[in-house]
Design a protein around this ligand. Structure first.
Ligand SMILES: CC(=O)SCCNC(=O)CCNC(=O)[C@H](O)C(C)(C)COP(=O)(O)OP(=O)(O)OC[C@H]1O[C@@H](n2cnc3c(N)ncnc32)[C@H](O)[C@@H]1OP(=O)(O)O
Ligand SMILES: CC(=O)C(=O)O
Ligand SMILES: [Mg+2]
Length: 349
């Protein structure tokens, strides 16, 4: 374990100093594109203006023979594009792959000044973050970068879930964690072939009302991901980093996508992945608090004065704790309103 006083020291001579906190930036959707796909890549400058985060994906979903083209494509796009306030991220190949070293060396050297976050897949424990942390410090020093590139882990192995608290705490570079439901399902040998979302077989059934066990018993589909998302949210919250839901693979089912994203939002996630342009507006809608919730939060905070005591609003008790809940809502609304003029008008803060 590292000496706590050394936690904020750079890991290489000349590397930028780690920051003690992750600045919150609107992060409602991480939009994935394949930089080796010319049609998709051509849309990046336009899409970047509509999303909070644009991510050049080099890992799964990029064909083996396109790995080098995707890496070079991302370098070319990053150099040619002004991303404005939109964050530029990449997902590099996994640490056990033959490509990851060249991914990290090339990207930090060529476009390190533009990259905000490197997403690392299949993180199994703090040792994976330590490896990336030191390597990034060396490359940042060599490239003369003056700010740190942050690290985001995907939670997609049973071992990663078992170690999620240590992963979240492994480095001041840790920006956040995303749920990876597809690889996680495979790693756990879950019997679902879907990429995220529910499953009709995972349910609870009402008790029988008579002799006939098949009659009149409603069933309720349950959320396969509740435990993992909740555990990830706690690990992130205790380390002041940001939790995200990951992908929803049924692109056509925009209704269930919205439900899955909203479950994650209600449980504490700040955003989700968009794999297809149709999912961008779903994430924007779900991960922006509703104007009604913001107006209610404002009323409670105003009525609570210094935040102590108890008041009655619309028949409901509000006190120090519910005032804190309302402040969470207001803080998020304010930071989104700074980026989004439509929301600023709707929230009237
Ligand atoms: C488990 C995981 O690891 S999830 C993360 C990895 N997976 C990914 O990153 C997948 C990213 N998304 C994709 O590859 C694609 O969206 C697919 C394969 C799912 C569907 O692609 P298509 O069959 O082309 O979808 P569709 O025909 O509806 O696309 C409509 C248009 O949007 C474009 N488009 C589709 N996805 C994207 C995207 N993510 N970004 C930008 N443009 C996109 C298509 O190129 C197409 O353009 P066109 O109208 O000029 O022809
Ligand atoms: C997100 C991801 O990589 C997965 O679900 O496997
Ligand atoms: Mg995966």
């Amino acid at each position: 374990m590292r000496n706590p006083r050394a936690f904020l020291r750079p890991l290489a001579v000349g590397a930028p100093k780690p920051s003690s906190d992750v600045p919150f930036r609107p992060s409602r959707m991480i939009h994935f594109f394949d930089p080796s796909n010319e049609k998709m890549a051509a849309k990046v400058p336009d899409i970047a203006m509509k999303v909070d985060i644009i991510l050049g994906n080099l890992e799964d979903a990029v064909k083996t023979e396109k790995k080098e083209a995707a890496r070079q494509g991302l370098v070319d796009i990053a150099k040619a594009t002004d991303f404005g306030d939109t964050q530029l991220w990449t997902r590099v190949n996994s640490l056990d792959s033959p490509w990851v070293l060249d991914d990290i060396v090339t990207l930090v050297t060529e476009i390190g000044d533009k990259l905000d976050v490197i997403m690392v897949p299949k993180v199994e424990g703090p040792q994976d973050i330590h490896y990336v942390d030191r390597l990034l410090a060396q490359l940042e020093a060599r490239a003369g970068l003056d700010r740190q590139i942050l690290v985001h882990a995907i939670l997609e192995t049973a071992e990663g879930v078992a170690n999620v608290e240590e992963i979240a705490a492994a480095s001041p570079r840790m920006q956040g964690i995303s749920l990876g439901p597809a690889d996680l399902a495979a790693s756990r040998r879950m019997k679902t072939t879907r990429v995220g979302g529910g499953h009709p077989g995972y349910l609870v059934r009402q008790d029988p009302t008579g002799e006939d066990l098949t009659a009149g018993r409603a069933t309720y589909q349950q959320d396969l991901w509740h435990y993992t998302i909740s555990r990830m949210v706690d690990a992130c919250a205790m380390n002041d980093i940001l939790p995200f839901y990951g992908p929803f693979g049924d692109i056509k089912d925009v209704v269930a996508c919205e439900d899955q994203f909203r479950n994650a939002f209600l449980l504490g996630c700040v955003g989700a992945w968009s794999l297809h342009p149709v999912q961008i507006d779903i994430a924007k809608k779900v991960f922006s608090p509703s104007p009604e919730d913001v107006a209610h939060a404002k009323r409670v905070v105003e009525a609570m004065g210094d935040g102590s005591g108890a008041v009655m609003i619309d028949g409901k008790m509000e006190d120090d704790a519910s005032c804190k809940q309302c402040l969470v809502m207001l803080d998020l609304a304010k930071s989104l309103a700074e980026r989004d003029p439509e929301l600023a008008a709707a929230y009237d803060l």
